[in-house]
Design a protein around this ligand. Structure first.
Ligand code: GDP
Ligand code: CO
Length: 433
């Protein structure tokens, strides 16, 4: 892959957010290939074999809920062979066992691919028991099952990827129509990890375009409906503290993202579709130095966000207006409820959700989201022990002999007044529209 260096970088304490980087060539050739681009200061070449080395250390998670099996198959065919694929499904098992159908179909194509998929149901009894044993009970509902939701499935699969001993974890939605796009996203994750110098790195895909039919012609829209608003509010949050307007964030809702396992273990998560914007918010909360100084290791190593613009168009299942509205409202709520969200921005958010009829005008933003503390406090030895008789246990190669759960981080209080927010002199001059 040949990719431009980031033109702009927004720095926030130890956090670096790279502006969107464009891919110039999808295939950059082999490491030792003769190449005149090596001396080009603005283009980086990530050789094919370098990407391959990273893929061998990567788990790709595919969350599923009620997707067409043909779609899932296409997605799986696009994932590079050496990634460990983890499929976590929350499809209903009654009255018809949809999960069984998915598992059958996936295992069948796995024979042709000569590949062992790790496929689990989100509410699997053994897994639930393992979660309970690990002490990470936040994921469980009152009935003792793993809660519904995409984020909850993602957190569960992060725990499994950790046991598989993977260094990187990437997410790919299961409703993507183009296997070629899936393959490209994984290559882009690898590019980001290769470019980064930090063990705390996240790659997010900003897709180039989303094809739509408009008046019987194909129209390639630049952004999704929800992401425009999420990005604007996240950028305002950053501008508020830096004192400079910015448009750096273009991937607030990126379902397609990947992170180093070290970062995946350190982040707090939030429920459902708010998990993606919360990555930015939580990193700012934890490491932005607004609430407390960042811990030494993070201060030294830094946290890096890469945003890479993919070449393939992004085409996924259309899930309707209400779905987009719910997703957008969840994104707004997660920013609104953050202790680092200044009152002025809260007012902006409220105005925005009312203008877009995400909420009736007389209603305030409720507290509907759940928050999940960083996974490094879970007892992974116990988690693994509970799963030792499962067919996929042979994939758990992580050596846990020296593993001890870390102490829980101090809880981030979701009260604005609890965190001492500096009122900057430009308060009030933040652009309102
Ligand atoms: P959008 O693409 O962001 O509009 O949202 P989708 O509805 O397409 O969801 C993104 C991905 O998450 C898809 O692959 C869904 O099948 C999957 N998904 C949605 N809800 C759940 C859930 O409760 N559990 C799991 N495991 N996956 C889910
Ligand atoms: Co989708």
């Amino acid at each position: 892959m040949k990719i431009e260096i980031s033109r702009e970088i927004e720095r926030f304490g130890p956090i670096k957010i790279h502006g969107v980087q464009k891919v110039f060539e999808l295939d950059g050739g082999l490491k030792n290939a003769k190449n005149d681009e090596e001396n080009n200061p603005i283009i980086r070449r990530i050789a094919y074999d370098v990407q391959h080395e990273i893929q061998e250390q990567m788990a790709i998670v595919v969350p599923v809920r009620n997707e067409k099996i043909k779609l899932i198959e296409g997605v799986l065919s696009g994932i590079p062979h050496h990634c460990q694929v983890i499929i976590v499904s929350n499809s209903p098992r009654e009255p018809m066992d949809r999960f069984k159908l998915e598992k059958d179909a996936i295992e069948h194509i796995g024979r042709f691919m000569n590949k062992k998929f790790l496929i689990v149901h989100q509410k699997d009894v053994a897994l639930t028991r393992a979660v309970e044993a690990s002490g990470y009970k936040h994921l469980l509902n009152k009935k003792g099952e793993v809660k519904n939701g995409k984020a909850e499935g993602m957190i569960l699969s992060t725990m499994l990827a950790y046991l598989c001993g993977k260094k990187y974890i990437g997410f790919i939605d299961s409703d993507n129509y183009f296997p070629g796009a899936v393959q490209e996203y994984v290559q882009e994750y690898c590019a980001a990890f290769h470019l980064s110098n930090s063990p705390y790195t996240m790659a997010r895909i900003s897709w180039h375009s989303k094809p739509k039919i408009v008046e019987s012609n194909l129209f390639f829209a630049k952004r999704g409906r929800a992401s425009e608003h999420t990005n604007r509010i996240l950028n305002r949050l950053i501008s508020y503290y830096t004192g400079y307007g910015t448009e750096i964030i273009k991937t607030g809702n990126a379902g397609e993202h990947a992170l180093t396992m070290e970062m995946a273990m350190k982040l707090d998560y939030s429920s459902g579709y708010s998990i993606e914007p919360y990555h930015y918010v939580n990193v700012l909360e934890k490491y932005g130095g607004i609430i407390a100084p960042p811990p030494d290791d993070v201060m030294k190593a830094g946290v890096e966000f890469y945003q890479i613009e993919s070449r393939n168009p992004h085409l996924h299942e259309v899930k309707g207006d209400q779905h987009v509205k719910d997703m957008s409202l969840a994104a707004m709520e997660v920013i609104y409820q953050s202790p680092i969200c200044p009152p002025l921005l809260k007012a902006n958010i409220l105005e925005d959700v009312h203008n877009r009829s995400l909420l009736p005008v007389d209603e305030d933003i409720s507290r509907s989201l759940s928050y999940y503390p960083a996974l490094h406090s879970a007892d992974f030895k116990k988690f693994k022990e509970e799963l030792q008789n499962e067919s996929y246990a042979e994939l758990f190669t992580k050596d846990l002999t020296d593993y001890t759960p870390e102490k829980k981080d101090k809880k981030v209080l979701r009260e604005t007044k609890a965190a001492k927010i500096k009122e900057l002199p430009n308060d009030g001059q933040l652009e309102v529209k």
